[in-house]
Write a protein that binds this ligand. Structure first.
Ligand code: GLY
Length: 382
């Protein structure tokens, strides 16, 4: 599996360090695994990272020590990584490290940030007791995520390749859909095709939702058989070289009725308008608004309950979130920038009748949206 080159890891760590300087922090304890993967290429299940101005202290246990040591001298090794072997409790080892001379920080007591969205209250309470008076533990929010939001060249290569692979799978899936198949069988077939195409795993539980089930945006596949007159929402994604891509198409079993055509046309227009609104400098709310306005004008505003899109990367749902502005919580109007990658996936859902969603993945370029996925958006009647 190609890993991020050492130069990319250096640049990512430097971006984190610049933020630590702004926040007057001596160190950041990184406990979120996707953030650890992003900064070190480590893809195991247990590790803690401590980043200082000069150090990258990497705590892991015997299951992973050899694999991490093996990266030494490789073109994807994490620069200046110091292995800290954990025997027993990670938190005890971290607590000891934070108060030991091995942690080189200019201030005393050291100002050490932790990831407030990830460290549990009980772990924090334990650590605070352990380092009391010797280290100030300070909450931080989204330091690594703010770097991850703009993809670098290595990531864009993986995402573009993943988008092409997913499009190939989608084209095959659209040819394979048959009347009489159960949702569950079709979902299994999609998962098999994803794995066979080269994806490491599915990015989330595949959605096949037919007839009235298609009115549930995140329906689970059932034993229901695809039947004439159904709209069928097919939403699936894969993880390739650790990067997630995600695509939805809606098809009709047999000829689509007038209402299905009308809803489909409205959702497709919303999708196209949102794509057209993607440009560096646009706000994420503006892109959502482009899709939402179309559906509202068609009298379907209430049927579009979710956001227009979500960021893609090491996680299938990450920043930026392309949503309606909520005045009570969204005080910032974060601008979209070149290199951000996200989905555009408006939908309209009518309980008891059905729904439509059309989803593609884009990377923001100076010229606007570049589609990572490329599959027909014509309403297919199967
Ligand atoms: N497309 C499915 C999801 O975003 O979870």
């Amino acid at each position: 599996m190609p890993q991020a080159p050492t130069a990319a890891l250096s640049a990512r760590l430097d971006s984190v360090r610049r933020r630590l300087i702004e926040l007057e922090l001596d160190a950041l304890v990184v406990t979120t695994l996707p953030n650890i993967l992003y900064l070190t290429n480590f893809s195991g299940s247990s590790a803690i990272l401590v980043v200082t101005a000069e150090q990258v202290l990497f705590l892991t246990d015997s299951r992973y020590v050899a694999a991490v040591s093996d990266t030494r001298g490789k073109p994807y090794e994490c620069p200046r990584l110091e292995l800290v072997d954990v025997e027993g409790s990670y938190d005890a080892r971290l607590g000891d490290l934070l108060v030991s001379p091995a942690l080189k920080t200019p201030t005393t007591p050291a100002r050490v940030g932790f990831e407030a969205a990830h460290l549990t209250v009980s772990r924090l309470t334990w650590l605070e007791r352990h380092v009391e008076g010797r280290v100030a533990l300070l909450p931080t929010v989204g330091i690594v995520e703010a770097v991850r939001i703009v993809k670098d060249a290595h990531e864009l290569t993986a995402l573009r390749r993943a988008g092409r692979l997913l499009s190939g799978v989608a084209a095959d899936v659209l040819r394979a859909v048959r009347t009489g198949q159960t949702e569950r069988d079709l979902a299994l077939d999609i998962d098999f095709r994803l794995r066979r195409a080269g994806f490491e795993r599915t990015a989330f539980e595949t959605i096949v939702a037919s007839g009235p089930n298609s009115a549930l945006p995140h329906a689970r596949p059932t034993e229901r058989k695809l039947s004439k007159g159904d709209l069928v929402v097919l939403d699936f994604g894969g993880v390739y070289d650790s990067y997630c891509v995600d695509l939805t198409r809606t098809v009709s079993i047999g000829a689509a009725g007038a209402r299905a055509r009308q809803v489909y046309a409205a959702v497709l227009n919303g999708h196209d308008q949102a794509l057209a609104a993607v440009r560096p400098g646009a706000s994420r709310f503006e892109i959502d608004d482009a899709a939402r306005t179309v559906l509202e004008q068609e009298g379907m505003g209430a049927a579009f309950g979710h956001g227009t899109g979500h960021g893609l990367g090491l996680e299938v749902h990450e920043d930026p979130h392309i949503t309606r502005r909520r005045a009570d919580i969204d005080s910032r109007d974060e601008a979209i920038a070149s290199g951000m990658v996200f989905t555009i996936e408006p939908g309209a859902y009518f309980p008891g009748w059905g729904g439509v969603r059309i989803e593609d993945d884009v990377v923001v370029t100076p010229g606007g949206a570049e589609l990572l996925t490329d599959v027909t958006t014509t309403l297919l009647e199967i």
